[in-house]
Design a protein around this ligand. Structure first.
Ligand code: C2E
Ligand code: MG
Ligand code: MG
Length: 576
């Protein structure tokens, strides 16, 4: 192998940060002193070797990082290394990029951006955020104030509030050290992405300093503020920029050898004279951000007047929902699930209702989104589990027998991002003597796909304690097969949208295909939303195991359901 040219080695040696070059076979071409120090490797026998031969500990991470870079992915990684002699663990933030060159330096360039000691006291910097080095809240507010100073002519500025979706999940799963590293990566991307954005056509009369006065600040744990120094951006400019910010966050981050994908929500404004001060601006930004979050992850929303009332209404609803939980206004209804082979009621799905003091029973569609986006679904979801199990135990006591084999309980992705309460609740259920294998947790396919890594960990924890798993609304997401391949799924639930198209030939073919897929993976199938005898017959002929739908029964309250299921049991045993 040819030695790297002299200029390259001395160039690398002059760089203050840790940098290495690898060839396309992922072997070292060269590395500088700081890089060797970070990994504690000897520079003498470096060239032509793989990293894992020199440092097996960080080998898999570096190999994965390089492999992805070679595939053209822009990857960054956060990794916790061996503790230092004082037993403080070391955190690395690394990145790698493919570079094409005609000389011996063709391959990948990798750099370590940061080595931080966990528990070490970072140097205090006045107005900057200590973790990321970005401006802090104080400086950001001062900046926004300065752009709002009345001038003639008025020059608007675009200001963005960016919040990482479900960042708590990253901290919970990987620890705060990794969480910090990931924030650092995001901060660097935002900074680089903002500075490198193309400037609009030069405007006479503005100094270079004014033009480049962009600001990226960290305002809270996982909240960033960005103000563009661009002269007079339009709403369309701001929208395009917001999309770009979303993309910057969406690029994958490696943690160990795992690749996670984050998303963000963004609220933004183009300032106008109605913003009298920074508080006005921030209030509108907050409203826009809340609306973006309400639309689900990876959304950006500009403030507009109508939003303030929408968000106001949503906040009022959230208030009522908090009260509803305290005042025990939530109730569960139960819908039977029947086995097609013998027509027996074998399970039930617990479905949440809000017994509103004046409006009566409110269906979940009216309030579930607010529960989810506010995180209130976490305690409510735990209440649902406890209540459903309490009901199972009440039936058992009343009738002296188990009227159901299992109870199906819906869970939302949000509960998985914060799994401690969920796991504690289930352990409480177990301690009460209720066997966990009589619980099926239903999670929608799209929720699984939204955050596959986090979900996978929680799903396997659930399976470890014996919980059975059902994929809800199966076939409506975009990765039906992936879900089944990666998770040991007990049951799939075919969405009502498929069931009610069973009378069309393509609808029927689709259901047959879903049944076949389930069979391959050994999963039971419940067809949801069965409303006609014809649908039930087609499903039976196709080998579908279980059905649920208005043809059999609508969801009903606990006492009604108990009587219904018991009658069913009695009728069935009379028929036998
Ligand atoms: P899902 O889990 O897919 O539940 C089935 C929904 O279809 C229920 O609506 C049920 O009443 C309805 N349904 C059942 N059979 C038929 C039928 O034959 N025809 C028609 N038109 N509809 C039928 P519901 O109770 O309004 O619940 C809606 C969704 O709300 C549920 O969809 C579930 O995703 C969510 N949900 C309900 N309870 C909870 C809960 O406790 N936690 C969470 N996270 N989500 C819940
Ligand atoms: Mg369900
Ligand atoms: Mg469903």
């Amino acid at each position: 192998m040819k030695a790297p040219p002299e200029w390259l080695s001395s160039f690398l040696a002059d760089l203050p940060s840790a940098v290495a070059l690898f060839d396309r076979g992922l072997r070292y071409i060269a590395a500088n002193g700081p890089w060797l120090d970070v990994f504690g490797i000897d520079g003498a026998a470096l060239r032509g070797r793989h990293h894992h031969d020199l440092d097996p500990r960080s080998g898999p991470v570096i190999a994965e990082l390089l492999r992805r870079a070679l595939d053209g992915e822009i990857v960054e990684a956060c990794e916790i290394g061996e503790p230092d002699p004082a037993n403080r663990s070391r955190r690395f933030v690394l990145s790698a990029r493919r570079r094409r060159a005609t000389d011996t330096a063709d391959g990948i360039i990798a750099a370590v951006h940061e080595v931080a000691l966990e528990g070490a006291v970072p140097g205090l910097r006045e107005v900057s955020d200590q973790l990321t080095g970005l401006a802090g809240r104080h400086r950001f507010m001062a900046h926004v104030r300065s752009v709002l100073v009345p001038r003639d002519p008025w020059r608007p500025t675009a200001v963005f509030l960016l919040d990482i979706d479900n960042f708590k999940g990253v901290n919970d799963l990987y620890g705060a050290g990794i969480g910090d590293g990931v924030l650092k990566i995001i901060a660097n991307r935002l900074l680089a992405g903002t500075r490198s954005r193309p400037l609009p056509a030069d405007q006479p009369g503005r100094s270079a300093a004014e033009r480049s006065a962009d600001m990226v600040a960290r305002l809270g744990a996982d909240e960033f503020g960005i103000a563009l120094g661009n002269p007079a951006p339009t709403l369309a400019d701001a929208e395009a920029f917001a999309r770009r910010l979303l993309q910057l966050v969406a690029n994958p981050v490696m943690i160990g050898t795992e690749c996670i994908r984050l998303s963000a929500s963004i609220g933004y404004i183009v300032t106008s004279p109605t913003h009298r001060n920074e508080d006005d601006a921030l209030r509108d930004l907050d409203v826009a951000l809340q609306e973006a979050k309400a639309r689900g992850p990876n959304n950006a929303k500009a403030w507009e007047p109508s939003l303030t009332s929408t968000v106001g209404r949503r906040l009022a609803l959230l208030d009522q929902l908090r009260r509803a939980l305290d005042e025990r206004e939530f109730v569960l209804h139960y819908q039977p699930i029947l086995r097609l082979s013998d027509g027996k009621v074998v399970g039930a799905e617990a479905l949440l209702r809000w017994n509103h003091p004046s409006d009566g029973l409110v269906p979940p569609a009216a309030f579930l989104p607010v529960l989810e986006e506010s995180g209130l679904i976490v305690p409510v979801g735990c209440w649902v589990i406890r209540e459903a199990i309490r009901q199972m135990q009440v039936w058992q006591m009343l009738y002296g027998r188990d009227i159901l084999e299992w109870i199906s309980i819906n869970a939302s992705a949000r509960q998985f991002n914060d799994p401690s309460l969920l796991m504690a609740t289930l352990n409480g259920v177990k301690d009460s003597g209720f066997p966990l294998d009589r619980i099926k947790i239903e999670i929608t396919e799209s929720a699984v796909m939204r955050n596959p890594e986090i979900t996978r960990q929680v799903l396997s924890e659930l399976q470890d304690i014996g919980i059975r798993l059902a994929i809800d609304d199966f076939g409506t997401g975009y990765s039906a097969l992936g879900v089944l391949r990666h998770y040991a799924v007990d049951t799939i639930k075919i969405d009502r949208g498929f069931t009610n198209r069973l009378d069309t030939s393509d609808g029927k073919e689709l259901v047959l295909a879903l049944l076949k897929i389930a069979r391959i993976y050994g999963a039971d199938v419940v067809a949801e939303g069965v409303e006609t005898v014809a649908q039930a017959e087609t499903l039976r002929a196709a080998g579908c195991g279980y059905v649920q739908g208005y043809l059999y029964a609508k969801p009903m309250d606990g006492s009604f359901f108990g009587a219904y299921a018991l009658t069913h049991l009695v009728e069935n045993s009379a028929a036998e």
